[in-house]
Design a protein around this ligand. Structure first.
Ligand code: GLY
Ligand code: MN
Ligand code: MN
Length: 456
C-alpha cells in the first residue's frame, strides 16, 4: 500500500468524467430494450429549497444523468422509437440573459445538440405542443413509476390525448416501468465508469489519510469533516457523495451519525465514513482509528477482529459468489472472534443459528455502489426474493463489517463499552476475482499508527 502525503490532481490515476459518447451509448442500450412505436420519458431533478430563497447544492437525478450527462435542473429527456427511427430529444430551460446573470449559465438548446449529442432540443415550454404529437399512435410509454411527478404528468398528457380520440387519435395502452431496465444497466459498470470510480476512491483515500493526520484530542468532529471536504474538493471531487460521518467514541454506535459536533477525546476511537463524488460517481469508505494515534488494548483486539473479518470476506470474492455466502463467512468469523474475546459464550453452531453476532454487527455486510452510494440494482433475481444475485464482472460493491458496543450496553464488560468500529472498502468484481478500489486508506493497526505519527 502506498501512503501518499501530498498529491495534486494531475498525478492521480484514471479519468475524471465519462466522455459524452458514453451517455449516447447508454441511450442506445435503452433504445434496444424499447418496443418499436414507443416513447420513454426521464425527468431531471429540480432544485431543492433549503430555506426561503436559498437552495441545497444541486444533485441531478441519477437515471437522467446516466442517460444524458446533462447537469441542469428541470429538464426532460424523451426517447422516441418509431418507424425505424430513434430520436433522443432534450427539453431544457431556455437561454436567458437576466436569469443567467443572477443564477448561472444555462446550456441552451443549440449546445444541447452539439455538445450532448441529442438529435433535437427544445425549450421546456414546447412540451405541451409536442408531447401529444409524439404520443399519438404509439403503443407503449416507458417512465420510472417511482417518479410521482413524472407519472402524474404522463397521465395528464395521456388524458388530454384520450379526449381527442374522436378526431382519429390513438392513445398508447401499455405503460412500462423504466427503472428496472436502467437499474440493471447501472449495476454493471463500463471500463470508463470504473476508471472514474477508481479515481474518486483514490481521492477519498487521500481524504482519509489527511483526516487521520489532522485528528487530535480536543478538536471538534466537524473540524475533521472539513479536512475531508478540503481534500475531496482539492482533487476535483467537489462534493461528498453523502453526508460525512465523523463519529468520536460512542457516537460511532449511531450508524448514520452526521451531527459531527462533539469534541474528540483521549483514548477514544474516531469512525469516519466518508467518500467524495466525482462526475456523479460515489466512493464509500470507512476507517476507524484512535484519536490520540495509538490503539488501546481492547480497541486493538476488536479492531483486529473486524479487519480480519473484512480481509477474509474480501479474499473470497469472485464471480458467481453472492452476498448470502459472504455474509455467512463474515458471521462465522465474527462469531468465533467474539467467543475468543469472551464477548459471546456458547457453542459456535448454536450461536450461528441464533445469529448471536447480530447484536454487535447491526447492519448489512455491503451494498452496490455507483452513481448512488446505495446504488440501484436488485439483490435478488426472482420476485419472491429467494435467490440472491450472483456477482458478475463489472459490479461494484462495498464490504463493511463492523462491531458496535454502546456505552449503555451493561451486559458488556466495561472495557468494550463505547467502542464502535467499521472498516469499509469498495470492490469491483473482475473476470478473475476482484479489484479493491480502496488502495490508499491505511487500515492495519501499524499503518494507521505510523501515519498518525506524521502530523501535517
Ligand atoms: N455510507 C453509508 C454506508 O456505508 O452504507
Ligand atoms: Mn456503505
Ligand atoms: Mn459508508
Amino acid at each position: 500500500m502506498t501512503i501518499v502525503h501530498e498529491t495534486i490532481s494531475t498525478q492521480l490515476p484514471g479519468i475524471t468524467c465519462l466522455p459524452m459518447s458514453d451517455f449516447k451509448t447508454h441511450r442506445a442500450k435503452f433504445f434496444n430494450k424499447m418496443e418499436t412505436n414507443s416513447i420513454a420519458f426521464f425527468s431531471a431533478a429540480g432544485e431543492v429549497t433549503r430555506s426561503n430563497d436559498t437552495e441545497y447544492a444541486f444533485c441531478q437525478n441519477k437515471h437522467f444523468y446516466y442517460l444524458t450527462g446533462f447537469n441542469e435542473p428541470d429538464a426532460l429527456l424523451v426517447l422516441l422509437k418509431k418507424d425505424n427511427s430513434e430520436q433522443s430529444i432534450l427539453f431544457s430551460l431556455p437561454k436567458d440573459k437576466h436569469h443567467e446573470i443572477w443564477h448561472g449559465r444555462r446550456v441552451g438548446q443549440d449546445q444541447a445538440c452539439q455538445h450532448y449529442n441529442f438529435d433535437q432540443s427544445f425549450v421546456l415550454d414546447e412540451l405541451t405542443r409536442l408531447v401529444p404529437e409524439y404520443l399519438n399512435d404509439l403503443n407503449q410509454v416507458y417512465f420510472c413509476f417511482d417518479n410521482t411527478a413524472m407519472s402524474q404528468q404522463i397521465f395528464t398528457w395521456l388524458s388530454l390525448l384520450r379526449a381527442t380520440v374522436r378526431q382519429g387519435n390513438k392513445v398508447p395502452e401499455v405503460l412500462v416501468d423504466a427503472s428496472p431496465i436502467i437499474n440493471d444497466f447501472r449495476l454493471i459498470k463500463s471500463a470508463n465508469e470504473l476508471a472514474v470510480m477508481r479515481q474518486v476512491n483514490y481521492i477519498s483515500g487521500l481524504a482519509h489519510q489527511r483526516a487521520m493526520q489532522k485528528t487530535a484530542v480536543g478538536k471538534f468532529e466537524y473540524q475533521i469533516e472539513t479536512e475531508l471536504l478540503h481534500e475531496f474538493s482539492r482533487h476535483g471531487a467537489r462534493h461528498p457523495a453523502y453526508a460525512s460521518i465523523v463519529a468520536g467514541g460512542d457516537n460511532a454506535n449511531i450508524l448514520h451519525y452526521t451531527d459531527n459536533g462533539e469534541i474528540l477525546k483521549d483514548n477514544e476511537l474516531l469512525l469516519i465514513d466518508a467518500g467524495g463524488e466525482l462526475s456523479g460517481y460515489a466512493a464509500d469508505i470507512t476507517r476507524t482509528f484512535p484519536v490520540n494515534g495509538k490503539f488501546t488494548k481492547p480497541q486493538k483486539l476488536l479492531y483486529q477482529l473486524v479487519l480480519d473479518t473484512q480481509l477474509t470476506v474480501i479474499a473470497a470474492i469472485k464471480p458467481g459468489i453472492t452476498f448470502i455466502e459472504l455474509n455467512k463467512i463474515a458471521n462465522e468469523y465474527l462469531t468465533q472472534g467474539l467467543i475468543d474475546l469472551a464477548i459471546l459464550s456458547g457453542d459456535l453452531t448454536q450461536l450461528l443459528i441464533d445469529k448471536a453476532c447480530k447484536k454487535y454487527f447491526i447492519h448489512g455486510l455491503g451494498h452496490w455502489l455507483g452513481l448512488d452510494v446505495h446504488d440501484v440494482g436488485d439483490y435478488h433475481i426472482n420476485e419472491n426474493k429467494e435467490q440472491c444475485r450472483e456477482f458478475v464482472a463489472g459490479m461494484v460493491l462495498t464490504i463493511e463489517p463492523g462491531l458496535y458496543m454502546p456505552n449503555d450496553d451493561y451486559d458488556l464488560d466495561e472495557k468494550w463499552r463505547g467502542i464502535g468500529i467499521r472498516i469499509e472498502d469498495n470492490i469491483v468484481i473482475t473476470e478473475q476475482g476482484y479489484e479493491n478500489l480502496t488502495v490508499n486508506s491505511p487500515k492495519t493497526v501499524n499503518e494507521i499508527e505510523a501515519l498518525m505519527n506524521h502530523k501535517i
